[in-house]
Design a protein around this ligand. Sequence first.
Ligand code: CO
Length: 159
Amino acid sequence: MLARFSRLLRSRSLPFSTQSVPERLWKVGRLNHVAIAVSNLDEATKLYRDVLGAQVSDPMPQPDHGVYTVFVNFENTKIELLYPLGEKSPIEKFLQKNPSGGMHHVCLEVNDIKAAIESLQKHNVRPLNPEPKIGAHGKPVVFLHPKDCNGVLVELEEA
Ligand code: CO
């Protein structure tokens, strides 16, 4: 009787767990930005500022990251326009493959980046660097391997 009942319960179980998420040492937060690599920073800035009427920052050289950035501010998040700076820019290859530009990465906020890296590695999600670096906002960031994230380069930022 009991065995039949438990079989019945199991057969009705949902294909996902309905149990509460276990307590974690770290948490994922807001979508901080979506980054778009562009082949013409001026034209891209004009699209967001003059055509869409969004508020944009001045272009900022980020020599440590090999890019110029322009931030477009929205009510709920930002778009980061990326343009190559210097010869070894990490987005140079991306623009060769995508000459008209394209979505480069998404950035998610986490409250503890080191704990996040440790826990993601346990789930076979590889960081591109073992240690966080200081990102374009002066905060620790790390990029996760696109092959481990559904084909999308994911940046985590401690915020
Ligand atoms: Co970014």
